[in-house]
Design a protein around this ligand. Structure first.
Ligand code: GDP
Ligand code: MG
Length: 178
């Protein structure tokens, strides 16, 4: 998986946002496996992991940023968003509040972006907890459609659709940039 990490054609910065506890960090570690890095810039308080993927014969290095808990206070700095070409807004399908807050996250994202050429995906995580579901999939799909967001339900726990969600985001960014 990581054999492409040393050389690449394109570098994409992607950011993870959404309420605390929805599974952002687990999605990232699931996707990036053992390629997890703790960023030394502790003043910013972010971590990132990288993963290289091949799209259309090109090696794209995705640098995926995760918060170190600042989302709890909505205190993510502008530096976190700077230069991002993709974002995943994550909620927990068993927690309605985290879903309702996605429109706030969408606003926060747009106020922090200098460049509006960003592809955004909505992620309903904890898909494995079907018996505790409180957010209907149809409702989230409609919200995504109305806001031109990609949409996937995932489980970081069972590893369902995790790769698909990231790949879809990366592929869409690539296609849009052609
Ligand atoms: P973050 O605050 O958004 O980074 O969320 P974390 O990745 O730290 O996860 C918060 C909690 O949710 C942890 O207890 C995880 O084990 C749990 N969790 C994360 N993803 C899933 C999932 O897909 N399914 C289930 N059942 N639990 C999950
Ligand atoms: Mg986290």
């Amino acid at each position: 998986d990581n054999q492409y990490n040393y050389d690449y054609d394109l570098l994409y910065k992607l950011v993870l946002i959404g309420d605390s506890g929805v599974g952002k960090s687990n999605l990232l570690s699931r996707y990036s496996n053992n390629d997890f890095q703790i960023n030394s810039k502790s003043t910013i308080g972010v971590e990132f992991a990288t993963k290289a993927v091949k799209v259309d014969g090109k090696i794209i290095k995705a640098q995926i940023w995760d918060t170190a808990g600042q989302e709890r206070y909505r205190a993510i700095t502008k530096a976190y968003y700077r230069g991002a070409v993709g974002a995943l807004i994550v909620y927990d399908i068993t927690n309605t509040k985290t879903y309702e807050n996605c429109s706030d996250w969408l606003n926060i994202l747009s106020t922090n972006l200098e460049n509006n050429d960003i592809v955004i995906g909505l992620i309903g995580n904890k898909k494995d907890l079907q018996h505790q579901r409180s957010v209907p999939i149809e409702e989230a799909q409609e919200f995504a459609r109305n806001n031109q967001l990609l949409f996937t339900e995932t489980s970081a726990l069972s590893n369902e659709n995790v790769e698909k969600a990231f790949t879809q985001l990366i592929t869409t960014i690539y296609e849009n940039s052609k």
